[in-house]
Design a protein around this ligand. Structure first.
Ligand code: ATP
Length: 790
């Protein structure tokens, strides 16, 4: 356990004993400091991580002096005791997590924003205000360490036992190709079906009656005509023939005998007891002497497997990055209770999520069409182009310059090739066991909640790939949740096709492990940002590429839900790719106009949108938009604006303040104002005439949106403010963002078709930073940090 983890645990204990009981409304009073943000940084103690959050705030406020008349009160609609130190904002706490690793990165850095003189000018007051001091404080000390105390849980959003209702019913946020009326009333297809009769049955025509049972009985027959009577012997013979045929068919084809999810489920749980009891079996087997792929799918014993699989070692438990890489999906992490999670105090059994929206059935439905399209296009040696749901956005198909995907070189895909090895592949020779086709090479790339990622070399052509070995099932995780998570990544990995989304080459089941072979990207964006070498233009390029990936996802009805620096990788040509779809959800099915809301607190704390922490259900698209903006802010500032979007986080509280509104719930549930033709009666004006304690003051950069925005380049402020609107209904959607003049003006590196292949066209105003491979990935950075600590 790292010393930080220990510190946090001690702190949580202290807080638990000091804290007051939960209340149904949490009204906090904050006095914004009169000092600008950078001054706060310099005044900040480096040791307050272990101190009580509220008292610490108080002390800081006293130290910096209260500002009469600027007391702000913001009410959060729920309250729970955060067990982490969220008192100091990340803006305030830049020295809080000082680490030698981070300090070492300063050595690379000539200036905070890279070497581009032009880019420095763009920042105007930011550079002047923060200068060199900003470098030492902003210089990344918050970014990595924040990760340590963040955590991810997929839990249903109960708050103090009370489920906060769905937010999206009031959100006029359109689904691709949808009409808004449908969205608002039918935001959840499952609830729609159950309530349909009650709602509409009264309106049925008189000649139709509602079906009230799914048991269909045959009509009674009194006498049977002789020609329909079959002799007993004939019947016996026929049924024997039938049985024989069925057995033969089953023996021939396992893959046809069940659904995809049940196949996967069987695969995961077909372990024999010997392997199951061996906790060290988690290693990826690359030995050429493979015992051969397991072919025991038919004999899999789900019940045995689910109890016998060992609890995996949490490789990143003590990592400085671990918290941001915490369980995304569907299991409860008892080791890292989310400091922010409303589920903190729930017993494990209650906090295992039951998300309706990413269920296997849903995913299968979503991918049924798109997968077949994708695969068939591959088979035809054409470059797959398109998405299951077209929203009018031309989705560029792509290939990877360095990959075997060059057109004309598309081997036929196979889906579960019958030898029990390759589940999905469009790679050559996938009938040969994985361990005979690849060898492990180099260092590990990283490990997270979903598994560990290693570097492999394909023997046949020496090409390098990244291989993710999915983790085994946790003891306290249901088979359903486990299979759901893996299935989700499988479906998404094998379906998506976009230059800014990682390419899955094949998915293999071997020696009871699920391995996802992906194209390899040389750098983690996190590592590049931490190098402090990025120019402003380079940051903008990466941001636009991330947005382009998000636009593609949203256009096909998918939301990522865990966008963060760690989940963006970048290749040596400067192409950014989104990875880790373990938390992704479908919000719109092909040909459906209904919005399917997401549920659960899923994501990584500093990147979470506020509504995720408040509502049981929410539209996942604005969540991606918010997270993308936080990524941008992190790239610019080299730190998080706050640790978690809750009022207990002082920085976030200040960000919510000064908005002529006392309640966060009111701010988050706002809907866009109708157009006003009379300035004097505009709703905005009316609001400020009200008696709010949180009077807006655009000149005070410590409160309100300007708390974050003023630190960003001026040209970015408009669209970033649209992306971090507290109300998801008012947040800009991805298409609006892409149309923003500044975003449009960004010169972005992109892949373009070049005959039958693709090539990268670099942006004309920047080059992409490259770092030494030893620190290009999170695992390398961790290693380096450990070394420095010893
Ligand atoms: N295709 C790739 N190319 C290069 N590096 C990669 C690739 N995929 C993953 N990595 C590295 O492995 C790390 C872990 O990958 P990933 O996020 O998929 O794992 P995870 O277990 O799902 O993590 P999380 O805890 O975020 O859920 C990444 O942060 C990155 O450093």
């Amino acid at each position: 356990m790292s010393s930080l983890t220990r510190l946090l645990q001690e702190k949580r204990k202290n807080e638990a004993s000091n804290s007051s009981p939960r209340t149904s409304a949490d009204t906090l009073t904050t006095t914004p400091e009169s000092n600008p943000l950078d001054a706060q940084v310099r005044n900040k103690s480096s040791t307050h991580i272990g101190s009580d959050s509220n008292s610490n705030n108080g002390e800081r406020n006293r130290a910096t002096g209260l500002v009469p008349g600027s007391v702000t009160t913001v009410t959060q609609i729920y309250s729970e005791e955060d067990s982490s130190s969220t008192a100091g904002s990340s803006l305030d706490d830049r020295n809080q997590f000082s680490s030698s690793f981070l300090n070492s990165n300063f050595a690379h850095t000539a200036s905070l924003y890279g070497t581009s003189a032009q880019s420095k000018d763009r920042f105007g007051s930011l550079i002047n205000d923060q200068g060199a001091a900003g470098l030492s404080s902003y210089g990344g000390s918050s970014l990595a360490p924040q990760n340590r105390i963040t955590s991810r849980l997929s839990v249903t959003s109960h708050t103090s036992g009370k489920v906060i209702p769905s937010l999206s019913s009031s959100i006029p946020y359109s689904v691709p190709n949808s009409n808004k009326d449908n969205n608002s009333s039918n935001s959840n297809s499952s609830s729609l079906s159950s309530s349909w009769l009650e709602t509409y049955a009264g309106g049925l025509p008189s000649n139709i009656s509602a079906i009230d049972s799914n048991v269909i009985s045959s009509p009674k027959v009194d006498s049977v005509e002789p020609r329909f009577i079959i002799s007993k012997q004939k019947l016996q013979k026929a049924s024997m023939d039938n049985n024989n045929n069925t057995t033969a068919t089953q023996a021939r084809s396992i893959s046809r005998s069940g659904s995809f999810s049940s196949q996967l489920g069987n695969l995961f749980f077909s372990k024999n007891s010997k392997e199951s009891s061996n906790p060290n079996s988690a290693g990826m087997a690359f030995s050429s002497n493979s015992n051969g792929p397991s072919t025991s799918i038919k004999n899999s014993n789900v019940a045995n497997g689910s109890t016998a699989i060992p609890k995996p070692i949490r490789a990143r438990q003590s990592s400085i990055y671990s918290a941001s890489r915490q369980p995304t999906g569907s299991y409860t992490d008892n080791l890292y209770g989310s400091p922010s999670s409303v589920q903190d105090n729930l017993p494990p059994s209650q906090s295992v999520p039951r998300s309706q929206h990413s269920s296997i059935g849903d995913l299968k439905r979503f991918f049924k069409k798109s997968s077949s399209n994708n695969l068939s296009s591959n088979n035809n040696n054409t470059i797959p182009n398109g998405s299951p749901v077209s929203s009018g956005i031309a989705v560029p198909s792509h290939s990877h310059s360095s990959s075997h995907f060059a057109a004309g070189n598309y081997p036929s895909s196979n889906s579960y090739n019958g030898n029990g090895d390759t589940i999905y592949s469009h790679a050559h020779g996938s009938a040969v066991p994985f361990s005979k086709r690849y060898v492990k090479t180099g260092e590990d790339l990283g490990a997270g909640a979903g598994g560990s990622v290693k570097l492999v070399q394909r023997i046949v052509d020496n090409q390098i790939f990244a291989v993710k070995e999915f983790r085994t099932k946790f003891e306290n995780e249901s088979k359903r949740d486990y299979v759901k998570k893996i299935t989700s990544e499988y479906c998404i990995g094998t379906t998506l096709n976009h230059p800014n989304i990682i390419e899955t080459i094949e998915i293999v089941y071997e020696n009871d492990r699920i391995l996802q072979v992906m194209e390899y990207c040389e750098y983690d964006l996190f590592a590049i940002v931490m190098s402090n070498k990025m120019s402003y233009e380079e940051i903008c390029c990466c941001f636009k590429q991330i947005l382009t990936g998000v636009q593609y996802l949203h256009s096909i009805g998918l939301a990522h839900r865990d966008l963060k620096l760690d989940n963006c990788v970048i290749n040596e040509k400067g192409v950014v790719k989104l990875i880790d779809f373990g938390a992704a959800v479908v919000f719109s099915y092909p040909f459906s106009k209904n919005l399917v809301e997401a549920s659960g607190i899923v994501g990584s704390d500093p990147y979470l949108a506020p509504e995720v922490c408040i509502f049981a259900k929410y539209d996942p698209r604005p969540v991606d938009i918010w997270s993308s903006a936080i990524i941008f802010a992190c790239m610019i500032l080299k730190k998080f604006p706050w640790k978690i979007p809750k009022l207990r986080d002082n920085s976030f509280k200040l960000f919510c303040s000064g908005r002529d509104c006392d309640s966060l719930s009111s701010l988050v549930t706002r809907t866009p104002d109708p157009p006003s033709y009379d300035e004097s009666h505009s709703p905005e004006k009316k609001k400020s005439e009200g008696s709010s304690n949180n009077v807006s003051d655009p000149n005070n950069v410590n409160i309100g949106p300007q708390r974050l925005l003023h630190s960003l380049p001026e040209e970015t402020q408009h669209i970033v403010s649209r992306m971090i609107d507290l109300a998801p209904a008012c947040r800009g959607n991805i298409d609006e963002i892409m149309e923003d003049p500044w975003i449009r003006s960004i010169s972005m590196c992109r892949m373009v078709e070049d005959g039958l292949t693709f090539k990268v066209v670099e942006g004309d105003d920047h080059h992409h930073t490259q770092v030494d491979q030893s620190e290009a990935h999170i695992a390398g950075l961790e290693k380096k940090k450990k070394k420095q600590n010893n």
